[in-house]
Design a binder for this molecule. Structure first.
Ligand code: PBG
Length: 340
């Protein structure tokens, strides 16, 4: 017999015969770490992470991005070191973004074979043999106005922009990229990139389509990292309205029809319902991008001592997997791989 005391309540008598006649007691399966592990439904693995890197020119450059602690703009030699370190920790893929030296109105540095991304692809493929190299295909980092395409009277023209994206994708493939990932949200770009890659004999290069990419406030820190904020206006003419999910299904269906191998939902946390729907509906390998703002929020709260960062990180990544993602693109890839 145990007596349970509470300052404002009468003493409660408890003995092992005090029980409700409950047939179901879910708490039985939560009693120990071992039993919780036994019945765990969702397990993260470092195999599913893709680690984004920002590549600039020069040598020995490693400049931390103010709004993204732990994320750096890296010259090619440093990007190789970072990629090798990630690989050693169990991460199997990187996603490359470029910071060109020169920008112009048509984003021509996006397909310069000597630009940072193309150089980094070659160097990483040479030095870190079994690491998957994915490249982001978009013009916003390369245009002087920061828009994702070619402007005519301040509007992005779809079809001429697609031809520029094709040039970028081909140059990434020529450098040795395993997967090209168009993030621009122009119509018809997946089909056109697939056709041109195939005509060039690059049937082996896969396409991961940013298929349901929303017009999100959570890309803010990325635009600091990549120097890609639009000089006027926004991206609402091509990125999706956060209020829509049926439209996401249509967007994904189109990209699959055009030849996408992997489809992506982006951002992740504010679109977990969309991830679940897309995975359920199509069953294709489904990626989710845990974007810069989502990372920055956790880092900021952790730096203030307001959350337990390792727990918040793992809970966040687990929720993305639980929603249905097979692949998670995250700036936390190395930190999470170390925990796993
Ligand atoms: C476009 C691109 C963006 C991101 C990935 N690819 C930015 C945008 O659409 O403005 C955002 C990624 C992030 O926020 O982490 N090249």
């Amino acid at each position: 017999m145990t007596t349970i005391h509470h300052p404002h309540a009468p003493a409660i008598q408890h003995d092992k015969h005090t029980h409700l006649s409950l047939r179901h007691r879910p708490r039985r399966l939560r009693r120990s770490a071992a039993i919780r592990a036994l019945v765990r439904e969702t397990r993260l693995s470092a195999d599913m992470f893709i680690y984004p890197l920002f590549v600039c020119s020069g040598e020995g450059q490693r400049r931390e991005v103010g709004s993204m602690p732990g994320v750096f703009q890296l010259s090619v030699d440093e990007a190789v070191r970072e990629a090798a370190a990630a690989r050693a920790e169990g991460v199997r893929g990187v996603l490359l973004f470029g910071l060109p030296d020169e920008k112009d109105s048509i984003g021509s540095a996006a397909y310069d074979p000597e630009a940072p991304v193309q150089s980094a692809v070659r160097a990483i493929k040479r030095e870190v043999a079994d690491l998957l190299v994915v490249t982001d295909v978009c013009l916003c980092e390369y245009t002087s106005h920061g828009h994702c395409g070619i402007l005519v009277e301040d509007e992005i023209t779809n079809d001429t922009t697609v031809e520029q994206l094709v040039r970028a994708a081909l140059s990434h493939a020529a450098a040795g990229a395993d997967i090209v990932a168009p993030s621009d949200m122009m119509d018809g770009r997946i089909g056109r990139i697939r056709d041109v890659l195939d005509d060039a004999g690059r049937t082996d290069v896969a396409i991961m389509s940013y298929a349901a990419k929303y017009c999100s406030a959570f890309y803010g820190p990325f635009r600091d990292a990549a120097g890609s904020a639009p000089s006027f206006g926004d991206r609402r003419s091509h990125q999706m309205d956060p209020a829509n999910s049926l439209e996401a299904i249509r967007e994904v269906a189109l990209d699959i029809d055009e030849g996408a191998d992997i489809v992506m939902v982006k951002p992740a946390i504010t679109y977990l319902d969309v991830i679940a729907r897309i995975k359920e509906e199509f069953g294709l390998p489904t990626a989710a991008y845990h974007v810069s703002g989502e990372y920055a929020m956790l880092k900021a709260a952790a730096r203030n001592g307001w959350i337990d960062e390792p727990r918040a990180m793992m809970e966040t990544l687990t929720s993305i997997k639980r929603a249905g993602a097979d692949i998670i693109i995250t700036y936390y890839a190395r930190e999470a791989a170390r925990v796993l």
